[in-house]
Design a protein. Structure first.
Length: 474
């Protein structure tokens, strides 16, 4: 057997190498335009498959079963969805397609000279293949996180990696936005006063920062001083300690990310961040046991200092102005979503196939829509149109259950670090659920991969890392 032929030390080296490869992948994913180019997501796919291969070579079946047992619902639910994506690609008799999805059969017939042959449910099989391989890659990254993050030291390293990636993106994006350079030094992309980091689309940039800010705030909550404020005469000193003691670098990193998300001028990005922070903060103050007043001080300081002071200085008023100027009548994306509902009505059970929105939307597009749309500005609408209503409900239940899992970790876990992780995961999920109602943020591979990692972290927060010996370190 393979495990009998190599030393325990060699296996540990492979495991360690796979963990560092995971961190390197996560840090690099957003840099090449959010990995939203074929060559970039191809690299992501190759590395994610290497991660799984390395894990299979360095872990026995028993080890994997033991490590992944608490996460079987998360793994099974996503695996079933990927299986459905693959089923959309399998050729079926036209009569069977007609029984399953009459409108799919009608479109196939209208493009053929004969009614014979076998065809896929996906109306754009090539794009469906791309979407399926991407989804498999995200799944592999999530699996790698669940397997490799098996102690608090690695969990801390992973969270810091995500925070550092977000801080770097924020610093780069904010610096460019304030620089007045005509083009970015990276890939010579047109530069404006609107921050977008190394992403092409400002809303993808803002969404990425929501995810990393959530992890950063969760880390800050996880490492709060647990001593309560008892002596009134020491309140001012302890207030300052709660803000700055040992956390200066992290607070600066969070401030940089807040500045960048404001500079992105993303209306729903800013709204989603502030609403997610407020809701999660209220939940934490209500549910977390052994609460200290430091937690309340932290949440208030994040809302007041980071939001209103930094936001006002760097242009929150401009975001507010954009929100005030937004109306249903002036937002063409609303019309696009309304027309997209016709796609859902036409293909309610099976959808039109992954990645097919850009090629199928012209079927229902009204004459008042002059622009080309390759995505719906609403992930719920796009997922339902491409994969069907049952798949949207399936994924919705999975994500909402993961949110409940994260909230439960805040309430039940004894480890302060895991409670903080639950806070960060819950905030990220809430922020994502809000933001994708008006944009296509999960179409950026970097964002989708990070969201899969955060789903994994939500489950780790609630079910993983039970070593009391390691808990005491943090």
């Amino acid at each position: 057997m393979f495990f009998n032929d190599i030393s325990h030390l060699t296996l540990n080296k492979i495991k360690q190498s796979m963990f560092w490869l995971l961190l390197a992948l996560l840090f690099l994913l957003p840099i090449p335009l959010g990995s939203n180019r074929p060559w970039a997501w191809s690299v992501m796919e190759i590395v994610s498959f290497i991660l799984i291969l390395g894990i299979l070579l360095s872990h026995s079946v028993e080890q994997l079963q033991q490590q992944l047992k608490p996460f079987k619902f998360l793994i099974s639910a996503l695996a079933i969805f990927i299986l459905y994506q693959a089923l959309q690609l399998i050729p079926l008799p036209l009569n069977l397609i007609n029984a399953i999805s009459p409108n799919t059969a009608l479109i196939i017939k209208s493009s053929l000279l004969t009614n014979d042959g076998w065809y896929a449910l996906a109306l754009d099989p090539q794009q469906a293949k791309i979407a399926t391989v991407k989804a498999l890659s995200y799944f592999c990254i999530m699996l790698a996180t669940l397997v490799l993050v098996n102690d608090f030291k690695r969990l801390r390293a992973l969270m810091l990696c995500l925070i550092f990636a977000g801080t770097w993106q924020a610093f780069y994006g904010a610096t460019l936005a304030l620089s007045n350079l005509p083009v970015s030094p990276f890939l010579n992309i047109k530069n404006t006063s609107i921050a977008s980091g190394s992403f092409v689309y400002k809303n993808h940039f803002a969404n990425f920062l929501i995810l990393t800010l959530s992890v950063g705030i969760g880390y800050l909550v996880a490492t709060l001083d647990k001593h309560k404020l008892k002596n009134r005469s020491n309140k001012v000193i302890q207030f300052l300690q709660a803000l700055m003691s040992g956390k200066g670098a992290l607070r600066i990193a969070l401030a940089i990310m807040v500045i960048a998300i404001v500079l992105s001028r993303s209306r729903m990005g800013n709204t989603a961040f502030f609403v997610a922070l407020t809701l999660t903060g209220i939940l934490a103050l209500w549910l977390m046991k052994s609460k200290s007043k430091s937690l309340m001080v932290l949440i208030v300081s994040l809302l007041v200092i980071d939001t209103f002071i930094l936001g006002a200085y760097f242009g929150l008023d401009k975001v507010k102005q954009r929100l005030e100027q937004t109306t249903i009548q002036t937002e063409q994306r609303v019309d696009v979503n309304e027309y997209s509902l016709d796609l859902i009505r036409a293909f309610p059970l099976t959808g039109t196939g992954g990645g097919s929105f850009y090629s199928t939307f012209p079927i229902v597009q009204g004459n008042d829509i002059k622009s080309f749309y390759d995505h719906a500005h609403n992930e719920y609408v796009q997922f339902a149109s491409e994969y069907g209503i049952p798949s949207l409900i399936w994924l919705g239940v999975l994500v909402l259950y993961s949110l409940i899992i994260a909230i439960n970790a805040m309430r039940q876990r004894n480890s302060r670090f895991l409670r903080g992780l639950g806070f960060g995961a819950a905030m990220a999920i809430i922020g994502m659920l809000i933001h994708i109602s008006v944009d296509f943020n999960l179409q950026a591979p970097a964002n989708a991969a990070y969201f899969h990692v955060i789903l994994a972290l939500a489950w780790i927060a609630n079910y993983g890392l039970h070593s009391s010996k390691t808990v005491n370190k943090f």
